[in-house]
Design a binder for this molecule. Structure first.
Ligand SMILES: Cc1cc2nc3c(=O)[nH]c(=O)nc-3n(C[C@H](O)[C@H](O)[C@H](O)COP(=O)(O)OP(=O)(O)OC[C@H]3O[C@@H](n4cnc5c(N)ncnc54)[C@H](O)[C@@H]3O)c2cc1C
Length: 300
C-alpha cells in the first residue's frame, strides 16, 4: 500500500469528496482518488491497486452516477479528458479514446460529414461511460455504430472486443471488462449541411424536453417495455414533489434534480416514493437506469 501511495502521490487525493465529480453533486469521499495523466500512469495505477488489493471503480464524467453519502472504499480512478482523449477520423471510421467527451466526438463526426452519432447530441460524459451503458435515446444508441472496443480486462491485460463479443441492448452493454480504453465507430458519409441541421434539431428537441440546466443524472428509471417511465410517474401526480434538496423535475418526470446540499438519502427517498406509487397505480416495477455506488439495496 505504501508503494502505491508514494509512487503516485502527485495524482492521488485521499478522501476526495465525490460530490465534486458527479453531476448530481452528491457523494461522500473516495478513499483513494486517482487522476492519471497518461495511459502509462493509468496502467501503473491499476497494477498498483491490484497488488495492494484495492477495489477499483472507474469514473468517467460522473453524469450517470448516484454515489452514497458515506462514499466509497478502495480506489476511484478518473478516466476523462485529457486522459485517453484522442479522436481520430479515418475515412468513415472514428477512433476515440475512452476518456474523450461524447460531445466532442459527436461534433467531430458532424464536422467531417459522418452520420450515426447526431442523435447523441447533448448527452454528457465520456465515450467510455457511453459504451458501458449503451447511451442513447429514441432515435438510437451508441452500440449501433460500434465496430470494436479496446479494453483492459479484469486481469489487467489489453484486448480488443469485436463482433460476437459485443452485445448492446437498451441502456446495457455486456462488456465485463474493467475499462474501455478506446472505441472504433463505423459511420456513414452524409451531406454536412443536412447533418448539421439534423444535429441542431435533435439538440433543440432534447433541450426543450429535459431539464439540462439543472443538476441531474439523466433518466433515473429504465422505460418498461412499450411504456414511458416519465409518463407513468407524471400520471401518478409526482412531478415537482421533493425530498430534502432533491425534486422530481417539473419538465421531465423521469429526472430528479438537486440543489446545493442534497444527499443520496434525499434521492433514495424519491426513488422509493416513485417506485411505490407506480407499482400501486399501474402494477409496474420501475428499474433503475442510473448506476449507484455502492449498489442501492432493495428499497422499502
Ligand atoms: C442532463 C443529462 C442528460 C442525459 N441524457 C442522456 C440521454 O439522453 N441518454 C442516455 O443514455 N444517457 C443520458 N444521460 C446519462 C449519462 O450522461 C450517460 O449515461 C453517459 O454516457 C455517462 O457517461 P459518464 O462518462 O458520465 O459515466 P459515469 O457517470 O462516470 O459512469 C457511468 C458508468 O460507466 C462506467 N464507466 C465510465 N467510464 C468508463 C470507462 N472508460 N470504461 C468502463 N466503464 C466506464 C462507470 O464505472 C459507471 O459504471 C444524461 C445525463 C445528464 C446529466
Amino acid at each position: 500500500m505504501t508503494n502505491i501511495i508514494e509512487e503516485f502521490s502527485e495524482i492521488l487525493r485521499r478522501e476526495e469528496p465525490l460530490s465534486r465529480h458527479t453531476w448530481l453533486k452528491i457523494g461522500g469521499p473516495a478513499e483513494y482518488f486517482f487522476v492519471p495523466r497518461t495511459e502509462q500512469e493509468l496502467l501503473g495505477v491499476i497494477r498498483g491497486c491490484r497488488s495492494a488489493g484495492l477495489a477499483i471503480h472507474i469514473l468517467g464524467g460522473g453524469s450517470n452516477l448516484l454515489v452514497h453519502d458515506e462514499g466509497i472504499r478502495g480506489a476511484v480512478i478518473q478516466v476523462m479528458e485529457p486522459l485517453l482523449s484522442s479522436v481520430t477520423v479515418q475515412g468513415t471510421s472514428i477512433v476515440a479514446g475512452g476518456g474523450a467527451l461524447l460531445s466532442h466526438v459527436v461534433s467531430e463526426a458532424v464536422r467531417h460529414g459522418l452520420a450515426g452519432l447526431e442523435h447523441l447530441v447533448g448527452i454528457p460524459g465520456t465515450i467510455g461511460g457511453a459504451v458501458a451503458g449503451n447511451s442513447g435515446g429514441r432515435l438510437g444508441d451508441i452500440g449501433q455504430v460500434i465496430r470494436s472496443v479496446s479494453v483492459l480486462t479484469q486481469s489487467g491485460d489489453q484486448a480488443v472486443r469485436t463482433g460476437d463479443e459485443l452485445s448492446f441492448s437498451y441502456r446495457r452493454s455486456d462488456l465485463q471488462d474493467l475499462l474501455v480504453l478506446s472505441v472504433t465507430m463505423e459511420l456513414t458519409a452524409d451531406d454536412s449541411e443536412n447533418l448539421t441541421r439534423r444535429t441542431r434539431k435533435n439538440w433543440i428537441m432534447k433541450r426543450s424536453t429535459q431539464p439540462l440546466a439543472d443538476q441531474s443524472a439523466g433518466c433515473i428509471f429504465r422505460n418498461p417495455r412499450g411504456l414511458s417511465a416519465g409518463a407513468l410517474i407524471e400520471q401518478c401526480g409526482l412531478k415537482g414533489q421533493s425530498a430534502g434538496k432533491a425534486r422530481i423535475s417539473d419538465r421531465h418526470a423521469n429526472f430528479i434534480v438537486t440543489e446545493e446540499g442534497a444527499t443520496s438519502r434525499d434521492i433514495e427517498q424519491l426513488i422509493a416514493r416513485i417506485q411505490r406509487a407506480v407499482s400501486e397505480k399501474f402494477g409496474v416495477q420501475l428499474e433503475l437506469e442510473i448506476r449507484s455506488w455502492p449498489p442501492l439495496q432493495a428499497l422499502p
